[in-house]
Ligand binder design. Sequence first.
Ligand code: AMP
Length: 191
Amino acid sequence: MKNFIIFGPPGAGKGSQAVILAKRYNLKHISTGDILREEIKNGTKLGLKVKSLMDEGALVGDDIILEIIESVILNSKGYSGFLYDGFPRTIYQFQVLDEFLQKIGYKTDAVISLVVKEEILIKRMLRRAEIEGRADDADIEVVKKRIATYREQTEPLVEIFEKRGRYYPLEGDTTIEQSFNEICTIIDSLG
Ligand code: AMP
């Protein structure tokens, strides 16, 4: 089982790439943001718990996220691997994922990072708000807070990824197709 992380700030295009990559390589696409939005939509206890944090652009607690991840990994059958989108978002999340994967005989095979300038991220999220109706995309202050949260809590992971290797930063300000082709070249080269 392969394990790929698609990494980058909110609005970098991780979700769009993850959907087509998952299809191409028969990977289970695990988007923690999508899972949490579904919980909110269904009015579950978990949904109620995370809604205000998501609305304000803050991160949901590591324990909640890690429980979701472990459960999805253990309950997914028939895939060639996993593609993590929007996860890990803290150093702790990555450490726990790493230990968990080791325990079950896997590793992180590649981290593909989409690098996009801040003003483009903001434009993309505001545009996405009109298409998908995500509340956390529609409010410029929340968008800025999410980018700040990324810089503070998620971006420090880059140093860890760089040290470990198998880290592939890509220019994300291109077309969906161009990024997709570049990512496929990386994945195919890993064998
Ligand atoms: P996303 O769709 O990945 O942009 O996530 C939307 C929101 O869900 C984030 O702003 C966080 O509030 C929450 N969230 C998603 N994934 C995580 C994660 N791995 N850790 C903490 N919070 C998360």
